[in-house]
Write a protein of this length. Structure first.
Length: 270
């Protein structure tokens, strides 16, 4: 049983690696024995958590690289560097995406005023970018007839954001979650099924992992409202996400493909 979750000898690629959730996925793969290429867009600063992981494992196990998920030439160049540094990829975590939590401080719009380009950019990165990354790195896996792809979704792939979670936050117009965010994550879940069907004959599994609300500096009133809506009564911690990712990346899920694994404390069961 001990080998079920072993990633020794595997080569992982994580997109959006420098942000909030990226370091969780990177460190999980590294702790299981993989070597990891951490991708993010050019100019993106590394978070403190990523720097901690980088210092812990060193360049022999972890290398940071730049590529825009919406640029095929940049992704193909990153694939070539991955092969040169570690070998062919065998685990891909499609984590890159645009979110807009209240703390991000972006411009607010009323529903009827949201510019089309705001929606299109979210859809471009979160859905089309994920597909493009999978075209490039998934094809390399298919050529080797082995691989595991994990697409990071969201609870909002299944349900609409509850505006009441945010109605205590001051400001005019009031904060609303961008409509394209949930739409893009629903597209991720459907793309997961599509890609799983097409890549299965080539030995590549494709699954989605959809976290619920992850604890990370939200204000106390938001936490109170959110946790009251969760059957398990709390938000997710970083540790809650590691096991599900490792399951989907490892031989433990060798007969699992095309699923959306919800890690949301039961939020979407009601």
């Amino acid at each position: 049983m001990s080998g079920l979750f072993d990633l020794d000898g595997e080569v992982g690629v994580v997109t959006g690696a420098l942000g909030k959730l990226g370091p969780i996925w990177v460190e999980t793969l590294l702790e299981a024995g993989a070597r990891v290429l951490a991708l993010d867009r050019p100019g993106q600063p590394a978070s403190a958590e990523f720097k901690r992981v980088q210092a812990r494992f060193g360049p022999e196990r972890l290398q940071a690289d730049c590529a825009d998920v919406c640029s095929r030439p940049e992704l193909e160049a990153a694939l070539a560097r991955c092969r040169e540094a570690f070998g062919p990829p065998s685990v891909l975590v499609n984590n890159a995406g645009i979110d807009a939590p209240p703390a991000a401080g972006g411009k607010r719009f009323r529903l009827e005023e949201i510019p089309l380009d705001v929606n299109l950019r979210i859809l471009e990165v979160n859905a089309a970018g994920l597909f493009l990354v999978t075209q490039v790195f998934g094809a390399a896996m298919a050529a080797n007839r082995r691989g595991a792809i994990i697409n990071i979704g969201s609870l909002y792939a299944s349900v609409s954001p509850d505006a009441r979670f945010y109605d205590h936050i001051p400001g005019d117009p009031p904060f609303i979650k961008p409509p394209a965010y949930g739409a893009s994550k629903a597209a991720v879940v459907n793309l997961t099924k599509y890609l799983a069907a097409h890549l299965a004959p080539h030995g590549v599994r494709v699954n989605a992992l959809s976290p619920g609300g992850v604890l990370g500096g939200q204000d106390e009133e938001f936490q109170r409202k959110f946790c009251a809506r969760v059957p398990l009564g709390r938000m997710a911690t970083d540790e809650d996400l590691r096991g599900p990712l490792l399951f989907l990346a490892s031989p433990a899920s060798a007969y699992v493909t095309g699923i959306n694994l919800k890690v949301d404390g039961g939020f979407t069961l009601w």
